[in-house]
Design a protein around this ligand. Structure first.
Ligand SMILES: Cc1cc2nc3c(=O)[nH]c(=O)nc-3n(C[C@H](O)[C@H](O)[C@H](O)COP(=O)(O)OP(=O)(O)OC[C@H]3O[C@@H](n4cnc5c(N)ncnc54)[C@H](O)[C@@H]3O)c2cc1C
Length: 484
């Protein structure tokens, strides 16, 4: 009955990104996707710099740039509080890439399929049981499938999370919004004028062009729906537009209608035996600051090579657990950001006073930079403990390395295969014993931060220094035993 090394439940952006990462390492992966057709709703509108860097590290950036639009000004995501000057980020990609979620979803699914992942649509996971050797999953038609590992990328109402018995504590929804891509008879000028007026008093309202002559509208719902799996009806949308804007703009049809809330929850743990959670299955929060899809892609990028190592048989002790240890704190930080923004959007005098104070604080370059690095994902620093010569590389271990020009090409071009990389300017070090998993680049680094750095397959610095013995300890820690 064995069907795959890894079954991924959910073919959204997290699931397909993970499938592609696993295929990069030859892992036999099956993606089960409940919906027979792709979700047309434009939820996410864009990608932040760290996600853009990840696409570059896998050779995917060109196809995303062709389908998106670059916007400068990272750091304006904090409930609309923008720094007065653009923050110069230490990245070749210090911009937001505007790209509608259905396009992102399509490009990631195409990439997974190109690399050989099987994506089965219209297949819903309904049950799971795990033992020492693997996981048996049950589908809605009663079929049973078996794999060594299962990853729940099945969204905020994750069935995998529930079946694995992983708690999802946090705050229940207090407010719900309706989101639609709609056709109206009002002119773009009329729509813009009304929208600007309404937003002075209702920051939760917005309507603007969405391409193809349609408008994207967000409006608070009358209450939190009991069954949020049922999309709103056009009449409900019309009633809320009338209630908030005093007009329905001549609304007459919709390409997509959906609802979302401010529920904020974080999985108690990201792993239960042979079952993992990633993306919205592990964390939900209101979409303020556009973080969720970015977080999911980055979860998948962190987990992919580690799970592949386990399938391949060389994963060192603790590697799989490092996924939750590294990614759960990142989600906690995002939840802090979205909780803070929810408060900053409230009209009461207290939150508005904090808003005014923060607006003044972002005038300070350090504050603006701190926020921009947090929102962009560039400031992530995994706590890897030790890992090198602190004097040679203060603060470098656990951070991602920006792209660098090399004697031939550039660093991110050399990371496309998802292998480990030793950047060794002096050429005095060796990866003998690990050469099947780690590339050795003898390269003069234009702006040397350390004598040499060892990068993991996800581009984070595992070690920095110049001693062979210390390097070998780090190689064994992240890439398993020599010659394995
Ligand atoms: C209004 C709005 C705006 C947003 N804007 C942004 C933004 O600008 N930037 C950003 O980064 N994020 C944004 N987000 C968040 C983003 O949409 C989500 O975080 C992202 O879609 C999560 O991806 P995922 O793959 O983890 O989950 P999902 O996209 O929810 O995908 C889960 C998949 O699992 C499938 N599934 C569910 N149950 C099963 C089952 N039992 N068996 C098999 N398959 C199953 C579903 O059909 C679905 O395809 C926004 C969200 C909303 C609501």
């Amino acid at each position: 009955m064995h069907v795959a090394d890894v079954i991924v439940s959910g073919g959204g952006p997290t699931g397909t990104m993970l499938a592609a990462e696993l295929r990069l390492h030859g892992v036999d992966v099956l993606v089960l996707e409940r919906d027979p057709a792709p979700n047309p709703a434009v939820r996410s509108l864009g990608l932040h710099p760290r996600s853009i860097e990840i696409l570059d590290q896998r050779g995917l950036l060109e196809r995303f740039l062709e389908n998106g639009q670059q916007y400068p000004g990272v750091g304006g995501g904090l409930a609309g509080i923008v720094p007065p000057r653009p923050v110069q980020l230490d990245s070749a990609h210090g911009y937001i890439l505007g790209i509608p979620q259905p396009v992102t979803d399509r490009l990631l699914a195409e990439r997974a399929a190109e690399l050989g992942a099987e994506i089965r649509r219209g297949e819903s996971l309904t049950g799971l049981e795990q033992d020492d050797d693997g996981v048996t999953v049950e589908l809605s038609d009663g079929t049973a499938l078996r794999s060594h590992w299962l990853v729940g990328c099945d969204g905020g109402r994750s069935r995998v999370r529930t079946l694995a018995g992983i708690g999802f504590p946090g705050e229940a929804a207090t407010t719900e919004w309706l989101l639609g891509e709609v056709a109206v008879t009002a002119s773009p000028e009329e729509v813009a004028a009304v929208s600007e007026e309404v937003r002075k008093t209702h920051r939760g309202f917005g309507i603007g062009p969405a391409g193809d002559g349609l408008f994207r509208a967000v409006v608070p719902a009358a209450s939190v729906a009991e069954d949020r799996t049922v999309p709103p009806a056009l009449e409900e949308f019309r009633a809320q537009l009338l209630a908030y804007a005093g007009t329905d703009f001549g609304l007459h049809s919709a390409r997509s209608l959906t609802r979302f809330t401010d529920a904020t929850r974080l999985a108690e743990r990201y792993r239960q035996g042979r079952v993992f959670l990633a993306g919205d299955a592990a964390h939900v929060h209101p979409p303020l600051g556009g973080q969720g899809l970015n977080l999911g892609i980055q979860d998948a990028f962190n987990l992919g090579w580690k799970l592949a190592a386990a399938v391949d048989g060389w994963a060192p002790e603790g590697l799989l657990d490092s996924y939750g240890a590294e990614r759960r704190p990142v989600a906690e930080e995002v939840l802090t950001l979205t909780r803070a923004q929810s408060v900053l959007l409230q009209p009461e005098p207290g939150p508005q006073a904090v808003r005014r104070l923060l607006t003044e604080l972002v005038e300070f370059d350090d504050v603006a930079r701190f926020l921009a690095e947090r929102i962009s994902g560039l400031g992530i620093r995994y706590d890897l403990g030790g890992g090198g010569d602190a004097d040679a590389a203060p603060g470098l271990v656990g951070t991602r390395l920006r792209d660098l020009p090399l004697a031939q090409g550039r660093l991110y071009e050399r990371l496309h295969e998802g292998r480990g990389t030793l950047l060794d300017p002096s050429g005095s070090l060796s990866v003998a014993g690990w050469a099947d998993r780690v590339d050795h680049l003898v390269e003069t680094i234009p702006a040397p931060e350390a004598p040499a750095v060892l990068l993991r397959p996800d581009g984070y610095v595992a070690w920095a220094g110049d001693e062979q013995r210390a390097l070998e300890l780090s190689l064994a820690r992240w890439f398993g035993a020599a010659g394995a």
